[in-house]
Design a protein. Structure first.
Length: 107
């Protein structure tokens, strides 16, 4: 075949472990913890200039609770459809149920 080089039979036959092992910066966060930098970036987007370091734990608890509610509700919508994948509409409906309507992703 033209354009594949000398080793055309072994193209694309790498294992999943080899594909993920060489990615730079791939570091899973232990325990799903939200970092201080992530909280700082969210606050900057919201217009906050200074953040007390004591408030990071409160923000972390609030975000964890919020995400748990959204994921639990979107999973309920997904199970009601008898599907195995949570879609964007499931998340939109869960956000609407919790009073945070998101426009642009559904009916």
């Amino acid at each position: 075949m033209a354009g594949r080089g000398k080793n055309s039979k072994t193209v694309g036959k790498t294992t999943a472990a080899k594909r993920t092992a060489h990615r730079p910066g791939f570091k899973p966060i232990a325990g799903g913890q939200i970092t201080n930098g992530a909280i700082r970036r969210l606050a900057r987007r919201g217009g906050v200039q200074r953040i007390s370091s004591a408030s990071n734990n409160h923000v972390r608890e609030y975000i964890d609770d919020f995400l748990n509610r959204i994921v639990r509700d979107s999973l309920s919508y997904c199970e009601h459809r008898r599907a195995m994948t949570i879609t964007a509409l499931d998340v939109v409906y869960a956000l609407k149920k919790n009073g945070r309507t998101l426009y642009g992703y559904g009916p």
